[in-house]
Design a protein around this ligand. Structure first.
Ligand code: ATP
Ligand code: MG
Length: 307
């Protein structure tokens, strides 16, 4: 049965962001918790903001076919223009909150996280031709089943979206300097860069493109992203993990692997999961016995495939 807004009881605030406020709510008839995101209603005279909002809603309605994207159950649009989105409740919150509360993630913990995010990105890129544009720890949510899902499509429809310094930090080099780093890239590669920075941050415990403790401001971020070296993992990280991040964090967009290609990388393929069982594997994703060698070979020859 469709969920009615009047059956929902607000319990607490889960998070504030540039796009709106997210509440934990209880569906009283079934005692099921949900997350309700109350979006900022665009000013009546601003048709561009309204277009952005409408495309965000459109994306939410279309992307319900993947277990790796936060499921949207209903959209409530009031005559006043207020819009709220009812989503599945992810009880462990975002990876940003988890990083703050539990400290850095080990490789063993990161591999299944990375794999699920890549499944979500592959679904968005291939099935829907959507570039998320705001992949970062705060937009990846987890629940107690250790499921990780992509949330927050507030930037996906808006090429210019880079409202906050926080969001800028995960932006790829070609978004600052398309002539130098963009080549003939198709746009999807910017999510792969942001994904790489995100995974690295979860491992290191701090934003990896700036020295530990330095507060990010727009200028130092842009310098680090466009002119700095791609950071290396500290000693102790495995070769698989190093090679995986190298595949994500090429400065040149066209050299980055696609989500589908990264799903064949040994770093995520060794992660225990249903999908990695050989019988569920399609031919393309099947890893050779010499998976490492193959991935090193293909790293040189693979070009971004047009999704
Ligand atoms: P930002 O601009 O910072 O990205 P936003 O306004 O776009 O934020 P979201 O990213 O959708 O909003 O959500 C903000 C925060 O609320 C998340 O980081 C997370 O902590 C929490 N949150 C969002 N959706 C859910 C959910 N479905 N279940 C649990 N917590 C959630
Ligand atoms: Mg967000």
């Amino acid at each position: 049965a469709p969920i009615s807004a009047s059956d929902l009881e607000r319990l607490q605030v889960l998070g504030h962001g540039s796009g709106g406020t997210v509440y934990k709510v209880l569906h009283k008839p079934t005692s099921t918790p949900y997350a309700l995101k109350q979006l900022h209603s665009p000013a009546a005279d601003s048709s561009s903001d309204n277009n952005t909002l409408q495309s965000e809603l459109d994306i939410l309605r279309r992307t319900t076919g993947s277990p790796y994207v936060v499921h949207c159950h209903a959209i409530f649009e009031k005559p006043s223009g207020d819009v709220s989105v009812l989503m599945e409740y992810m009880d462990l919150g975002s990876l940003e909150t988890l990083l703050k509360s539990q400290g850095p993630f080990s490789e063993e913990k990161l591999a299944p996280i990375a794999r699920q995010v890549l499944e979500g990105l592959d679904y968005l890129h291939k099935t829907h031709k959507i570039v998320h544009r705001d992949i970062k720890p705060g937009n990846l949510l987890m629940n107690n089943k250790k499921e990780v899902k992509i949330a927050d499509f507030g930037c996906s429809s808006d090429e210019s979206c880079s409202s906050s310094v926080g969001t800028c930090a995960y932006m790829s080099p070609e978004r600052f300097d398309p002539e130098r780093y963009g080549g003939s890239h198709n746009g999807y590669a910017c999510d792969i860069w942001s994904f790489g920075v995100t995974i690295m941050e979860l491992y290191m415990g701090y934003f990896p493109l700036l020295p530990k403790g330095q507060r990010p401001d727009w200028a130092s971020l842009m310098c680090a992203i466009c002119f700095g070296e791609v950071p290396c993992l500290p000693e102790g990280a495995s070769e698989d993990f190093r090679s995986f991040l190298e595949c994500c964090m090429h400065k040149e967009a066209s050299k980055r692997w696609t989500a589908a290609q990264l799903l064949t990388h040994p770093f995520v393929c060794k992660a225990p999961s249903e999908e990695c069982k050989p019988n569920l594997f399609d031919k393309k994703r099947k890893r050779d016995d010499d998976g490492v060698e193959r991935s090193e070979r293909s790293q040189k020859s693979i070009k971004i495939e047009v999704c």
